[in-house]
Design a protein around this ligand. Structure first.
Ligand code: KIV
Ligand code: NA
Length: 266
């Protein structure tokens, strides 16, 4: 088996095939998704919230991204692994972006990187792509700007905002991105962007007409605690399952029921 490449991703759009993407932050979970046939895994900076205990993606560092991306690469054989460039690792300009992306490619072995921003990140995307690093772009709601938004509002509502989002999507395509994430965008607008672009759109909270769909795995599998965004569909109840296992183990140990004879050596 060989890894999925950005050429396979381009071919899928030509054939009109939809595809799934999930986040992953460790080798074991990534191997489960790889074996399940998920073609693209994103080592998202959402690791800040779901893996590292921060309250946003803003504090995530290159060290953390590199460490966890390397683990996901090691845990997989087939999926294309995309590593997020964390906040502060590409905003200074194209040269800084290339330095950061190169590190993720060389030290972690990712096949592509992702960064946030449309027109404002076009220079960075252009240099990375010309340097041989495939780039997935990310427009609409860009969570690294949470302090500027003051929350996580739906993007592209109203004529002016919709026109800007379309310009952003075209800008990243023109800069050479192989795909673009649309986050929290009205379904009608995502459909228009998807029709307009020749690169695939990857929706999250962006309606049914995108070429691909991505979810944060802990949300999708019911591992996240508390309220989930409305766009999430929960496909399992892992938090309940895992909590139940821990409680059963605790009960057994307290009661002296574990280890039993078959778990013991003489
Ligand atoms: O970090 C992340 O998980 C993401 C996806 C939600 C697209 O950027
Ligand atoms: Na991200």
């Amino acid at each position: 088996t060989r890894r999925i490449t950005v050429r396979d991703i381009a071919a899928a759009k030509d054939r009109g095939e939809k595809w799934p993407m999930l986040t992953a932050y460790d080798a074991m979970t990534a191997s489960v998704f790889d074996e399940a046939g998920i073609p693209v895994l994103l080592v998202g900076d959402s690791m800040g919230n779901c893996h590292l205990g921060y309250d946003s993606t803003v504090p995530v560092t290159m060290e953390e991204m590199t460490l966890l991306s390397a683990a996901v690469v090691r845990g997989t054989k087939r999926a294309l692994i995309v590593g997020d460039l964390p906040f502060g690792s590409y905003q200074e300009g194209a040269t800084q972006a290339l330095r950061s992306a190169t590190r993720l490619v060389k030290e972690a072995g990712v096949g592509a990187v992702k960064l946030e921003g449309g027109e404002r990140s076009a220079e960075q995307i252009d240099l990375l792509v010309r340097s041989g690093i495939p780039v997935m772009a990310h427009v609409g709601l860009t969570p690294q700007s949470v302090n500027a938004y003051g929350g996580y509002p739906v993007q592209g509502r109203g004529e002016e905002a919709a026109a800007q989002l379309l310009r952003d999507a075209k800008a990243v395509q023109d800069a050479g991105a192989f795909a673009v994430v649309l986050e929290l965008v009205p379904a009608e607008l995502s459909a228009e962007v998807t029709r307009t672009l020749h690169i695939p759109t990857v929706g999250i909270g962006a309606g049914p007409d995108c070429d691909a769909q991505v979810l944060v795995w802990t949300d999708m599998a019911g591992m996240t605690s508390g309220r989930l965004p409305r766009f999430v569909k929960q496909y399992a109840a892992l938090r309940e399952t895992l909590g139940g296992a821990a409680r059963a183990f605790a009960e057994d140990v307290t009661a002296g029921a574990y280890p039993a004879e078959e778990h013991s050596f003489h």
